[in-house]
Design a protein. Structure first.
Length: 376
């Protein structure tokens, strides 16, 4: 009798072990996502090696309130989404483009627009696309993740409940994602040039153009002001302090490949820094590691130039610059997807509205630059 119980227990343990082995044998991904409102981490577990559907579990920091220094700590939410892949296309370079969507739920402790912290519970949906490299276990993509939920918070001595407005705004705010894939089979494909570099030196694409999108959270600001106001009072400020100011950038560029390793380009468009919106004219130098212009490779860049004020808040053009590293994915021979991480800084001279006599007006700032770009 006792031996039968032992055998039964062993069979149960064996069943659990085999089930767990089957579960952990499926492809999975660990990723990071960032948008204007959120930043967080995701774990994806595919239900089969064919990668037709997957479970997505995420932990996100809600940045509302931090963007305008209304609160000192972010909110936090947890979510689960069951997603289906409805488009799967292999490109000529061996990489893969996929689109996915799915329903789920979210729960957390966060604030909403112009409310205090409270409990959030709601339904979450995800729609997005991503590109998976054939050579390295990295996938990059973009998605929207709206939330239809209820937010319960305290106002004075009363508890109030309202629709979670930030969740609806998220339907219009895309998230950039980058993931590390475990268990996805790599093709190991590389671009092979048909001729030697010395013979083909003049045959690679010379003129390039593209569009660059970036998220620029500012973390440091320095201010130095010395002026006389309308009442005749001398005002003085000289301080450096941490901050959190969320801004974005969209730039178009045209450039030239001066060699297989170096690209020189001119960038312009819209850039947000500090409290200002600028039209920059920036010169960028990009250096690629490796000679294969058609393949996937790392790069480093540095850029800088003047930024012209849109709302006439500055007495002269600002100086804006950034530097960083990135990785280039080849979607095909002429289409490239660049993912970058860098630092940016600026220097400007704000106009002080109530100043009669301004002696010094200087503002500098610095922060991270998270970018994605399509170049042709």
């Amino acid at each position: 009798m006792r031996s039968n119980k032992i055998i039964s227990a062993l069979l149960v343990l064996l069943t659990i072990f085999l089930s767990a082995s089957s579960l952990f044998a499926q492809p999975k991904s660990f990723g990071y996502n960032v948008s204007h409102f959120t930043a967080g981490f995701n774990y994806e577990h595919w239900t089969s090696p064919e990668r037709q559907s997957f479970h997505n579990v995420g932990i996100n920091l809600d940045l509302d309130g931090l963007l305008y220094n209304a609160v000192k700590v972010p909110g936090i939410t947890a979510s689960y989404v069951y997603e289906f892949e409805f488009l799967d296309k292999t490109l000529t370079n061996g990489g893969n483009i996929s689109m996915f969507a799915g329903p789920g739920a979210t729960l957390g402790w966060t604030k909403d627009y112009k409310t205090s912290f409270g409990v959030l519970a709601g339904i979450k949906a995800v729609v997005g696309f991503e590109y998976s490299s054939a050579r390295i276990p990295i996938s990059v993509g973009c998605r929207v993740a709206p939330v239809l939920g209820l937010h319960t918070y305290k106002a004075g001595d009363t508890y109030l409940m309202s629709i979670y407005k930030n969740g609806l705004v998220k339907a219009l705010t895309p998230e950039l994602t980058i993931k590390y894939d475990i268990g996805r089979q790599l093709d190991g494909l590389t671009f092979v040039r048909e001729e030697d570099d010395s013979e083909a030196e003049g045959k690679f694409p010379r003129v390039t153009f593209g569009i660059d999108l970036s998220y620029n959270p500012q973390s440091l600001i320095y201010s130095h002001f010395n002026y006389t106001d309308e009442d005749g009072t001398r005002m003085f400020l000289n301080e450096a302090r941490p901050c959190f100011i969320s801004k974005a950038t969209i730039l178009a560029n045209v450039g030239v490949n001066v060699s297989r390793q170096v690209n020189l380009a001119l960038y312009s468009g819209y850039i947000g820094i500090g409290r200002y919106n600028l039209v920059p004219v920036q010169f960028r130098t990009t250096c690629f590691l490796g000679k294969n212009t058609g393949g996937e490779r790392m790069f480093v860049y540095v850029d800088g130039g003047p930024g012209f004020d849109i709302k006439h808040q500055l007495s002269k053009p600002a100086i804006v610059g950034s530097t960083g590293v990135g990785y280039r994915f080849s979607l095909d021979r002429l289409t490239k997807l660049d993912i970058g991480l860098g630092l940016y800084a600026y220097h400007c001279s704000p106009i002080i509205p109530d100043s009669v006599n301004t002696t010094i007006s200087t503002e500098c700032g610095a922060g991270l630059r998270l970018s994605t770009a399509l170049n042709f």
